[in-house]
Design a protein around this ligand. Sequence first.
Ligand code: C2E
Ligand code: MG
Ligand code: MG
Ligand code: MG
Length: 283
Amino acid sequence: KAKEDGRNKYCFFTAGMQSQFNRQLQLENALRLAITNNQLQLAYQPQLCLEKNTLTGFEALLRWQHPELGFISPAEFIPVAEHSGLMIKLGEWVLQHAIQQQKRWYQHGYTELVMAINLSPVQFRQPELLDIISTQLELAKLPAHCIELEITESAMVEDAEQAIKTVDAIRHKGISLAIDDFGTGYSSLSYLKRFHLSKLKIDQSFVRELLDSPEDRAIVTAIIRMAQSLGLRTIAEGVETAEHQSLLQQLGCDDIQGYHYGRPMPAEAATAFIQQAFVHQQA
Ligand code: C2E
Ligand code: MG
Ligand code: MG
Ligand code: MG
């Protein structure tokens, strides 16, 4: 009986692993065709400056709608891309399209908006990264301050010396750099003094229960204080309610992003959002 149970468990386990593996393989193959088959899009989520109550810009978020597999979350397919050598190509697609969109808004006179673009650690380690970005900015005739790059702490742990060089090159070009999901990585805080960063994005896991959890409130408060002393801006992600927003404002957070201010949306909706925001800002 025990033996039978054990065998059943074993079979169940391998079947689970097998199907996960199959899914990854399926996604990998589908992802190879996603770019050429026009299945990718960018969604843009607005960011709000709390002090001025103004729209500062958007974060570009990748969306993949597959004709048979349906909507696939970037949380699922980005890791697949990273492990299969597809991330460089995918990342270039994102850079190109986000910068082209930013160019349209810039040409409409919205020259103060910033487009935040996520970088995979794989891209961050790519020697050609800065050339690719510079080329895209030149093609779009955009100044470097129009974009911001988001990287996670994990991008900086592997080869710290190389990472410092990359960060310096990005900053020297005039591009702002934010640490995404701040507080959830495994790196030490010492990189904060060695890297010339611009902004910390407080991870949504600390924001979610901010109102009820004294621990989360303590952590968020500490991150904001530390950022202030280091001369870094802070932005909280995953801000879903007005209560969250006003508490973050009280705590001294600079900017927010989340469903309360605006969801990730297609380019046309984002354009309407900008027009709306500027009408109110002028009034
Ligand atoms: P992220 O960069 O931390 O992006 C924030 C995620 O939080 C997005 O999920 C966004 O839709 C979601 N979000 C925003 N506001 C709220 C809120 O108020 N409540 C909740 N519950 N969620 C909110 P999304 O779009 O599914 O992206 C997931 C992750 O996939 C991103 O996390 C990022 O790590 C990665 N990703 C997305 N697009 C790209 C990309 O172009 N390149 C790379 N390398 N990674 C990307
Ligand atoms: Mg991000
Ligand atoms: Mg994040
Ligand atoms: Mg995240």
